[in-house]
Write a protein that binds this ligand. Structure first.
Ligand SMILES: CC(C)(COP(=O)(O)OP(=O)(O)OC[C@H]1O[C@@H](n2cnc3c(N)ncnc32)[C@H](O)[C@@H]1OP(=O)(O)O)[C@@H](O)C(=O)NCCC(=O)NCCS
Length: 313
Protein backbone atom coordinates (compact mmCIF):
# COMPACT_ATOMS: atom_id res chain seq x y z
CA UNK A 1 0.00 0.00 0.00
CA UNK A 2 1.23 3.50 -0.78
CA UNK A 3 -1.24 5.30 1.47
CA UNK A 4 -2.62 4.88 5.00
CA UNK A 5 -6.10 3.54 5.51
CA UNK A 6 -8.86 6.10 6.00
CA UNK A 7 -10.40 6.64 9.43
CA UNK A 8 -14.03 7.61 9.95
CA UNK A 9 -15.19 9.46 13.08
CA UNK A 10 -18.62 10.85 14.01
CA UNK A 11 -18.18 13.96 11.81
CA UNK A 12 -14.92 13.51 9.95
CA UNK A 13 -13.27 11.38 7.32
CA UNK A 14 -9.48 11.25 7.72
CA UNK A 15 -8.13 10.12 4.37
CA UNK A 16 -4.86 10.22 2.44
CA UNK A 17 -4.22 13.51 0.64
CA UNK A 18 -4.65 13.54 -3.13
CA UNK A 19 -3.11 15.94 -5.65
CA UNK A 20 -6.46 17.73 -6.06
CA UNK A 21 -6.31 18.83 -2.36
CA UNK A 22 -3.34 21.12 -3.09
CA UNK A 23 -5.36 24.31 -3.60
CA UNK A 24 -7.33 23.83 -0.34
CA UNK A 25 -4.11 23.11 1.60
CA UNK A 26 -2.39 26.10 -0.02
CA UNK A 27 -5.28 28.40 1.02
CA UNK A 28 -5.63 27.11 4.60
CA UNK A 29 -1.92 26.68 5.42
CA UNK A 30 -1.15 30.20 4.16
CA UNK A 31 -2.88 31.80 7.16
CA UNK A 32 -0.43 33.35 9.60
CA UNK A 33 -2.58 32.12 12.55
CA UNK A 34 -2.07 28.53 11.42
CA UNK A 35 1.67 28.77 10.76
CA UNK A 36 2.81 30.78 13.77
CA UNK A 37 2.19 28.09 16.41
CA UNK A 38 3.68 25.22 14.43
CA UNK A 39 7.33 24.22 14.38
CA UNK A 40 7.70 23.83 10.65
CA UNK A 41 4.93 25.37 8.50
CA UNK A 42 6.60 28.20 6.52
CA UNK A 43 5.04 31.66 6.45
CA UNK A 44 4.52 33.14 3.93
CA UNK A 45 3.60 29.75 2.49
CA UNK A 46 5.37 29.54 -0.92
CA UNK A 47 3.30 28.99 -4.06
CA UNK A 48 3.31 25.32 -4.99
CA UNK A 49 4.39 24.22 -1.49
CA UNK A 50 1.14 22.31 -0.89
CA UNK A 51 1.43 20.28 -4.10
CA UNK A 52 5.10 19.53 -3.39
CA UNK A 53 4.27 18.47 0.19
CA UNK A 54 1.42 16.17 -0.89
CA UNK A 55 3.73 14.58 -3.49
CA UNK A 56 6.10 13.47 -0.71
CA UNK A 57 3.42 11.46 1.15
CA UNK A 58 3.57 8.14 -0.76
CA UNK A 59 7.35 7.80 -0.34
CA UNK A 60 7.24 8.90 3.31
CA UNK A 61 4.50 6.38 3.94
CA UNK A 62 6.30 3.59 2.04
CA UNK A 63 9.46 4.29 4.06
CA UNK A 64 7.41 3.91 7.24
CA UNK A 65 8.38 7.33 8.61
CA UNK A 66 5.21 9.37 8.20
CA UNK A 67 1.50 8.82 7.88
CA UNK A 68 -0.48 11.89 6.80
CA UNK A 69 -4.22 12.31 6.61
CA UNK A 70 -6.41 15.11 5.29
CA UNK A 71 -9.06 16.02 7.86
CA UNK A 72 -12.25 16.33 5.81
CA UNK A 73 -15.94 17.01 6.40
CA UNK A 74 -18.79 16.21 4.04
CA UNK A 75 -19.76 19.89 3.86
CA UNK A 76 -16.37 21.61 3.55
CA UNK A 77 -13.93 19.03 2.14
CA UNK A 78 -10.40 19.50 3.51
CA UNK A 79 -10.44 21.42 6.83
CA UNK A 80 -6.99 20.49 8.14
CA UNK A 81 -4.20 17.94 8.35
CA UNK A 82 -3.03 15.39 10.90
CA UNK A 83 0.00 13.11 10.88
CA UNK A 84 1.98 10.53 12.82
CA UNK A 85 5.78 10.82 12.43
CA UNK A 86 6.90 7.29 13.13
CA UNK A 87 10.04 5.98 14.78
CA UNK A 88 9.71 2.30 13.83
CA UNK A 89 12.67 1.13 15.95
CA UNK A 90 11.15 2.75 19.05
CA UNK A 91 7.58 1.75 18.19
CA UNK A 92 6.47 5.28 18.93
CA UNK A 93 5.18 8.23 16.90
CA UNK A 94 4.78 11.97 17.20
CA UNK A 95 1.35 13.41 16.50
CA UNK A 96 1.06 16.74 14.65
CA UNK A 97 -1.97 18.60 13.27
CA UNK A 98 -3.44 21.89 12.14
CA UNK A 99 -6.97 23.05 11.37
CA UNK A 100 -7.81 25.87 8.93
CA UNK A 101 -9.02 29.02 10.68
CA UNK A 102 -12.64 28.87 9.33
CA UNK A 103 -13.08 25.50 11.12
CA UNK A 104 -11.55 26.38 14.50
CA UNK A 105 -13.38 25.71 17.75
CA UNK A 106 -15.72 23.06 16.37
CA UNK A 107 -13.96 20.19 18.12
CA UNK A 108 -12.40 18.90 14.87
CA UNK A 109 -8.80 18.76 16.15
CA UNK A 110 -9.91 16.88 19.28
CA UNK A 111 -12.01 14.43 17.25
CA UNK A 112 -9.23 13.79 14.71
CA UNK A 113 -6.47 13.49 17.36
CA UNK A 114 -8.54 11.03 19.43
CA UNK A 115 -9.06 8.81 16.38
CA UNK A 116 -5.44 8.96 15.18
CA UNK A 117 -4.04 8.17 18.65
CA UNK A 118 -6.31 5.11 18.80
CA UNK A 119 -5.27 4.12 15.27
CA UNK A 120 -1.59 4.44 16.21
CA UNK A 121 -1.83 2.40 19.41
CA UNK A 122 -4.33 -0.19 18.18
CA UNK A 123 -4.07 -0.61 14.42
CA UNK A 124 -0.38 0.22 14.00
CA UNK A 125 0.55 -1.48 17.29
CA UNK A 126 2.62 1.44 18.61
CA UNK A 127 3.73 1.48 22.24
CA UNK A 128 3.42 5.22 22.61
CA UNK A 129 2.18 8.37 20.85
CA UNK A 130 3.50 11.75 21.93
CA UNK A 131 3.07 15.39 20.91
CA UNK A 132 4.34 18.83 21.77
CA UNK A 133 3.11 22.39 21.44
CA UNK A 134 4.28 25.90 22.29
CA UNK A 135 3.34 26.69 25.87
CA UNK A 136 1.35 29.72 24.72
CA UNK A 137 -0.77 27.51 22.42
CA UNK A 138 -3.41 26.64 25.03
CA UNK A 139 -5.79 25.33 22.35
CA UNK A 140 -3.34 22.58 21.38
CA UNK A 141 -2.84 21.62 25.05
CA UNK A 142 -6.62 21.32 25.42
CA UNK A 143 -6.79 19.11 22.30
CA UNK A 144 -4.15 16.71 23.65
CA UNK A 145 -5.66 16.56 27.16
CA UNK A 146 -9.11 15.90 25.76
CA UNK A 147 -7.70 13.25 23.39
CA UNK A 148 -6.45 11.29 26.44
CA UNK A 149 -2.77 12.26 26.63
CA UNK A 150 -0.99 13.06 29.90
CA UNK A 151 1.18 16.13 30.44
CA UNK A 152 4.82 15.00 30.67
CA UNK A 153 6.78 18.21 31.09
CA UNK A 154 8.02 21.50 29.72
CA UNK A 155 11.16 22.18 27.67
CA UNK A 156 12.25 25.77 28.21
CA UNK A 157 13.15 27.86 25.12
CA UNK A 158 13.18 24.63 23.12
CA UNK A 159 11.62 25.87 19.89
CA UNK A 160 12.87 28.75 17.77
CA UNK A 161 10.22 30.27 15.56
CA UNK A 162 10.37 33.59 13.70
CA UNK A 163 13.46 34.62 15.66
CA UNK A 164 11.88 33.96 19.11
CA UNK A 165 12.48 31.10 21.51
CA UNK A 166 9.41 29.34 22.87
CA UNK A 167 8.82 27.01 25.80
CA UNK A 168 7.31 23.72 24.68
CA UNK A 169 4.91 21.36 26.52
CA UNK A 170 5.24 17.60 26.08
CA UNK A 171 2.29 15.20 26.14
CA UNK A 172 2.09 11.43 25.68
CA UNK A 173 -0.02 8.30 25.97
CA UNK A 174 1.14 4.67 26.17
CA UNK A 175 -0.83 1.65 24.97
CA UNK A 176 -1.94 0.31 28.36
CA UNK A 177 -3.39 3.70 29.34
CA UNK A 178 -5.76 3.45 26.40
CA UNK A 179 -6.62 -0.13 27.40
CA UNK A 180 -7.37 0.93 30.97
CA UNK A 181 -9.64 3.77 29.87
CA UNK A 182 -11.43 1.46 27.40
CA UNK A 183 -11.88 -1.17 30.13
CA UNK A 184 -13.35 1.43 32.47
CA UNK A 185 -15.72 2.57 29.74
CA UNK A 186 -16.73 -1.02 28.98
CA UNK A 187 -17.42 -1.61 32.67
CA UNK A 188 -19.82 1.35 32.51
CA UNK A 189 -17.70 3.59 34.71
CA UNK A 190 -17.74 7.25 33.77
CA UNK A 191 -17.40 10.41 35.80
CA UNK A 192 -19.99 12.87 34.56
CA UNK A 193 -19.38 15.94 36.65
CA UNK A 194 -18.18 16.88 40.14
CA UNK A 195 -20.04 19.04 42.65
CA UNK A 196 -18.14 21.00 45.27
CA UNK A 197 -19.60 20.70 48.80
CA UNK A 198 -18.64 23.79 50.79
CA UNK A 199 -18.98 24.48 54.53
CA UNK A 200 -21.35 27.26 55.63
CA UNK A 201 -21.76 28.60 59.17
CA UNK A 202 -25.33 29.81 58.66
CA UNK A 203 -27.09 27.94 55.86
CA UNK A 204 -29.91 30.46 55.32
CA UNK A 205 -27.49 33.42 55.25
CA UNK A 206 -25.16 31.54 52.88
CA UNK A 207 -28.05 30.74 50.51
CA UNK A 208 -29.12 34.40 50.52
CA UNK A 209 -25.53 35.45 49.75
CA UNK A 210 -25.27 33.00 46.83
CA UNK A 211 -28.60 34.25 45.43
CA UNK A 212 -28.20 37.98 45.96
CA UNK A 213 -24.45 38.58 45.58
CA UNK A 214 -23.24 35.71 43.41
CA UNK A 215 -26.25 35.19 41.11
CA UNK A 216 -26.83 31.48 41.90
CA UNK A 217 -30.30 29.96 42.43
CA UNK A 218 -31.33 27.69 45.27
CA UNK A 219 -32.32 24.27 43.89
CA UNK A 220 -33.00 22.50 47.18
CA UNK A 221 -32.60 23.01 50.93
CA UNK A 222 -32.94 20.59 53.86
CA UNK A 223 -32.39 22.94 56.82
CA UNK A 224 -32.91 20.17 59.37
CA UNK A 225 -30.21 18.08 57.76
CA UNK A 226 -28.05 21.16 57.34
CA UNK A 227 -27.68 20.72 53.58
CA UNK A 228 -28.61 22.83 50.53
CA UNK A 229 -27.78 23.19 46.84
CA UNK A 230 -27.47 26.08 44.40
CA UNK A 231 -27.11 26.22 40.61
CA UNK A 232 -25.85 28.67 38.02
CA UNK A 233 -25.53 28.07 34.25
CA UNK A 234 -25.60 24.30 34.69
CA UNK A 235 -22.98 24.17 37.47
CA UNK A 236 -24.08 22.98 40.91
CA UNK A 237 -22.63 23.64 44.32
CA UNK A 238 -23.73 22.15 47.65
CA UNK A 239 -23.46 23.73 51.10
CA UNK A 240 -23.28 21.91 54.42
CA UNK A 241 -23.80 23.46 57.82
CA UNK A 242 -20.64 23.55 59.88
CA UNK A 243 -19.78 25.18 63.21
CA UNK A 244 -16.04 25.70 62.80
CA UNK A 245 -15.34 29.14 61.23
CA UNK A 246 -11.81 28.01 60.27
CA UNK A 247 -13.12 25.40 57.82
CA UNK A 248 -14.53 27.71 55.12
CA UNK A 249 -11.45 29.92 55.46
CA UNK A 250 -9.40 26.96 54.16
CA UNK A 251 -11.74 25.61 51.51
CA UNK A 252 -11.79 26.36 47.80
CA UNK A 253 -13.17 25.05 44.53
CA UNK A 254 -12.67 25.90 40.88
CA UNK A 255 -15.02 26.42 37.95
CA UNK A 256 -14.10 26.51 34.27
CA UNK A 257 -16.29 29.17 32.66
CA UNK A 258 -16.87 31.04 29.44
CA UNK A 259 -17.10 34.84 29.56
CA UNK A 260 -14.73 35.31 32.50
CA UNK A 261 -14.44 39.09 31.85
CA UNK A 262 -18.18 39.69 32.25
CA UNK A 263 -18.29 37.46 35.35
CA UNK A 264 -15.36 39.32 36.89
CA UNK A 265 -17.07 42.67 36.24
CA UNK A 266 -20.28 41.36 37.83
CA UNK A 267 -18.49 40.05 40.95
CA UNK A 268 -16.33 43.16 41.24
CA UNK A 269 -19.51 45.28 41.31
CA UNK A 270 -20.91 42.92 43.98
CA UNK A 271 -17.75 43.45 46.07
CA UNK A 272 -16.92 39.75 46.37
CA UNK A 273 -13.44 39.58 44.76
CA UNK A 274 -10.78 38.04 47.03
CA UNK A 275 -8.73 40.96 48.47
CA UNK A 276 -5.42 39.08 47.94
CA UNK A 277 -3.46 40.05 44.77
CA UNK A 278 -4.29 36.59 43.37
CA UNK A 279 -7.99 37.50 43.53
CA UNK A 280 -7.70 39.83 40.53
CA UNK A 281 -8.37 38.54 37.01
CA UNK A 282 -5.00 37.61 35.46
CA UNK A 283 -3.39 35.34 32.87
CA UNK A 284 -1.74 32.36 34.61
CA UNK A 285 1.40 30.52 33.39
CA UNK A 286 -0.73 27.42 32.63
CA UNK A 287 -2.68 29.33 29.95
CA UNK A 288 -5.95 30.32 31.63
CA UNK A 289 -7.33 33.64 32.85
CA UNK A 290 -8.56 33.35 36.40
CA UNK A 291 -9.90 35.25 39.39
CA UNK A 292 -11.05 34.33 42.89
CA UNK A 293 -14.26 35.37 44.64
CA UNK A 294 -15.13 34.78 48.28
CA UNK A 295 -18.49 33.63 49.59
CA UNK A 296 -19.97 34.88 52.87
CA UNK A 297 -18.01 32.39 54.98
CA UNK A 298 -14.67 32.71 53.17
CA UNK A 299 -14.83 29.73 50.78
CA UNK A 300 -12.66 30.67 47.79
CA UNK A 301 -14.37 30.27 44.41
CA UNK A 302 -11.89 30.19 41.50
CA UNK A 303 -13.19 30.97 38.01
CA UNK A 304 -11.00 30.15 34.99
CA UNK A 305 -11.27 30.40 31.22
CA UNK A 306 -8.75 29.06 28.66
CA UNK A 307 -6.86 32.10 27.36
CA UNK A 308 -7.17 32.96 23.69
CA UNK A 309 -3.98 33.47 21.70
CA UNK A 310 -4.54 37.26 21.92
CA UNK A 311 -4.45 37.08 25.69
CA UNK A 312 -1.50 34.68 25.72
CA UNK A 313 0.64 36.82 23.36
C1 LIG B 1 -4.65 24.12 17.89
C2 LIG B 1 -5.74 23.81 16.87
C3 LIG B 1 -5.36 22.56 16.09
C4 LIG B 1 -7.08 23.58 17.61
O1 LIG B 1 -8.03 23.16 16.65
P1 LIG B 1 -9.61 23.20 16.94
O2 LIG B 1 -10.27 22.24 15.98
O3 LIG B 1 -10.07 24.60 16.94
O4 LIG B 1 -9.66 22.60 18.42
P2 LIG B 1 -10.97 22.02 19.15
O5 LIG B 1 -12.19 22.70 18.56
O6 LIG B 1 -10.90 20.54 19.12
O7 LIG B 1 -10.77 22.60 20.60
C5 LIG B 1 -10.11 21.92 21.62
C6 LIG B 1 -10.05 22.80 22.84
O8 LIG B 1 -9.23 23.93 22.60
C7 LIG B 1 -9.92 25.11 22.92
N1 LIG B 1 -9.56 26.11 21.94
C8 LIG B 1 -9.66 26.02 20.60
N2 LIG B 1 -9.20 27.14 20.02
C9 LIG B 1 -8.82 27.96 21.02
C10 LIG B 1 -8.24 29.25 21.06
N3 LIG B 1 -7.97 29.91 19.94
N4 LIG B 1 -7.97 29.76 22.26
C11 LIG B 1 -8.23 29.07 23.39
N5 LIG B 1 -8.76 27.84 23.41
C12 LIG B 1 -9.06 27.29 22.24
C13 LIG B 1 -11.37 24.75 22.76
O9 LIG B 1 -12.19 25.62 23.52
C14 LIG B 1 -11.40 23.34 23.26
O10 LIG B 1 -11.41 23.29 24.67
P3 LIG B 1 -12.76 23.16 25.50
O11 LIG B 1 -13.53 22.03 24.85
O12 LIG B 1 -12.26 22.86 26.87
O13 LIG B 1 -13.46 24.45 25.34
C15 LIG B 1 -5.95 25.00 15.88
O14 LIG B 1 -6.15 26.17 16.62
C16 LIG B 1 -4.77 25.19 14.95
O15 LIG B 1 -4.68 24.56 13.92
N6 LIG B 1 -3.85 26.10 15.29
C17 LIG B 1 -2.71 26.40 14.46
C18 LIG B 1 -1.77 25.21 14.24
C19 LIG B 1 -1.35 24.58 15.54
O16 LIG B 1 -1.15 25.26 16.54
N7 LIG B 1 -1.24 23.25 15.50
C20 LIG B 1 -0.81 22.50 16.65
C21 LIG B 1 0.67 22.60 16.76
S1 LIG B 1 1.20 21.68 18.15
Amino acid sequence: MSAPESIRTARLLLRPFIAADASAVQRLASAREVAETTATLPHPYPDGAAAAWIATHPTQYAAGVSTDWAITTAADGVVGAIALRLSPAQLHAELGYWIGVPSWRRGFATEAATAVIRHGLRTLGLKRVHAHHMSANAASGAVLRKAGMSFEGRLRSHLRRDGRFHDVELWGIVDDELERSDARRAAGTAFEHATPVLPALDLAAALAFYEQKLGWKQVFAYPEQGYAGVERNGATLHLWKCDDPKLPQHTSCRFRVRGVDALYAEYEAAGVIHPHANGKLALKPWGSREFIALDRDGNALHFAETATKTHAA
